[in-house]
Design a protein around this ligand. Structure first.
Ligand SMILES: [Zn+2]
Length: 234
C-alpha cells in the first residue's frame, strides 16, 4: 500500500513537473510569437525606433539625399511587406529637378533611387520604407522604384552609362530580395495597373536592359555579396 502510494506520488510529481515544463514551453512559444508580432510592428509602438543610420545607403554605389517624408511611408520591409518587384521610371526632367521634386513635401511622390545620364545614383528613400512612386498602393508596398533622368520622347536621353548603372542597381535589389530577373518582376511604370503614366516610354530598350541586369547579376554573384569593401548588403 505504502509503496504504491509512494509510486503514485512519484508519478504525480513527474506528471506535475511535465505539466510545468510543458507550460513553460507553451509560454515561451507565445512570447516568441509576441516578439515576432512586435518586430513586424515595431514602428507603431510609441518610443520605438529601428536604428537608421543617417546617410546610410542600401546600395554601395549610391549617394544618400533624403526625400521629404511626405513622399513615403515608414515600413519594415521585407518583414511587413515582401519586396518582389523593381519598377522603372523616367523622370520627365533633369536629375536635379527630380531630386528637388522628391524633397518637396507637396509633390506627394518619390522613388527610392534616381539614376542620372552620367551613371550617378542617388538614394532618397530607404528600401525598408514604402515610396509613393507607382500610383498603386499594393505595387508601392511590394516594389523598389528607380527613376531615370530624361524624357520619354528623347531616345538620346537613355545613355549607356545610365542603362549600365541602373542594371547594376537592379541586379543588387534582385539579389537582396531573391527577385527573379524577368519582365514579370522588373516592369515599367506604364505596366502598373491603374496608372495613367507612360514611362519609361517607347524608347526604353527592355531587351538591352534585361540583358544588362542578367549580366550584372552573374558578375555580382561571381565577385561576392557586396562588390564593395564598405558595404555588406550591397
Ligand atoms: Zn513613373
Amino acid at each position: 500500500m505504502g509503496a504504491r502510494r509512494a509510486s503514485e506520488d512519484g508519478d504525480r510529481r513527474i506528471g506535475r513537473r511535465a505539466l510545468i515544463v510543458g507550460g513553460v514551453a507553451a509560454a515561451a512559444g507565445t512570447a516568441a510569437l509576441a516578439r515576432d508580432e512586435l518586430a513586424r510592428l515595431w514602428w507603431r509602438v510609441p518610443g520605438v525606433e529601428k536604428p537608421r543610420e543617417p546617410g546610410a545607403v542600401d546600395y554601395a554605389g549610391a549617394r544618400w539625399v533624403a526625400a521629404s517624408d511626405a513622399n513615403w511611408r515608414r515600413a519594415d520591409r521585407p518583414d511587413d511587406f515582401g519586396v518582389d518587384m523593381v519598377i522603372v521610371h523616367v523622370t520627365q526632367g533633369s536629375f536635379d529637378s527630380a531630386v528637388r521634386a522628391f524633397q518637396d513635401p507637396g509633390h506627394k511622390a518619390a522613388s527610392h533611387y534616381i539614376v542620372g545620364q552620367d551613371g550617378r545614383v542617388a538614394q532618397m528613400i530607404r528600401e525598408l520604407d514604402v515610396a509613393y512612386h507607382a500610383g498603386n498602393r499594393d505595387y508601392n508596398e511590394r516594389s523598389v522604384g528607380i527613376e531615370h533622368e530624361g524624357f520619354v520622347d528623347r531616345p538620346e536621353d537613355l545613355t549607356d552609362e545610365m542603362y549600365e548603372a541602373s542594371a547594376r542597381l537592379t541586379a543588387r535589389i534582385c539579389a537582396r530580395y531573391d527577385i527573379p530577373v524577368d519582365r514579370d518582376h522588373i516592369l515599367g511604370h506604364v505596366e502598373v495597373p491603374g496608372t495613367d503614366h507612360t514611362d519609361p516610354g517607347p524608347h526604353w530598350d527592355w531587351d538591352r536592359y534585361m540583358e544588362l541586369v542578367r549580366r550584372a547579376r552573374t558578375e555580382q554573384a561571381r565577385t561576392g555579396p557586396s562588390g564593395s569593401p564598405s558595404a555588406t548588403a550591397g
